[in-house]
Design a binder for this molecule. Structure first.
Ligand SMILES: Cc1cc2nc3c(=O)[nH]c(=O)nc-3n(C[C@H](O)[C@H](O)[C@H](O)COP(=O)(O)O)c2cc1C
Length: 140
């Protein structure tokens, strides 16, 4: 079943920029073979990752990611089935959270801002709302 999963976590000091490159290399290699697509957002202290693909595969990947020492306090924000992929052509799209905050200044509505705030703080969210919001960040 096609599903999505979103979590937030705390990026560790043991995860400098070069490690992010390594994470993205893993994503390119493994996610392609598992037919998993998604988005990785990061700041100096946070990660937000959105994964979409076969339910079993994303849960298995999530279990592995959770144990990665480059982040801690991994909190599940949303998980459920979806009709379509939001990012069908991205093994793992990526953006710095500071760039998103710049987008907020120009063309993000107040409800979207609230959704993003809740997301960052690790509160549970509706998958479709998160999907829509992330799509906006990558098309604006
Ligand atoms: C924030 C974060 C996101 C990650 N996302 C993925 C991912 O989408 N796909 C993936 O294969 N590995 C991802 N990783 C890396 C995995 O935790 C793991 O290191 C990688 O899959 C290599 O696993 P292996 O050593 O068992 O081959 C992520 C790690 C972190 C810290």
């Amino acid at each position: 079943m096609l599903s999505q999963l979103v979590y937030v976590s705390n990026r560790q000091v043991t995860c400098p920029e070069a490690e992010i490159e390594k994470i993205l290399a893993s994503c390119r290699k493994k996610n392609a073979s598992l037919d998993i697509t998604g988005v990785l957002l990061y700041s100096p202290t946070r990660f937000i990752q959105y994964l979409e693909g076969d339910a079993k595969e994303i849960l298995r990947l999530y279990d592995r990611i959770k144990t990665d020492p480059r982040h801690r306090q991994v909190r599940l924000v949303s998980y459920g089935s979806i009709q379509n992929r939001a990012f069908p052509s991205w093994q793992m799209a990526t953006k710095e959270i500071s760039q998103i905050e710049l987008t907020f200044r120009t063309n993000v509505s107040s409800p979207d801002r609230q959704t993003f705030k809740r997301l960052l703080s690790g509160q549970e969210q509706s998958g479709s709302q998160v999907q829509l919001l992330l799509k906006k960040f990558f098309t604006s």
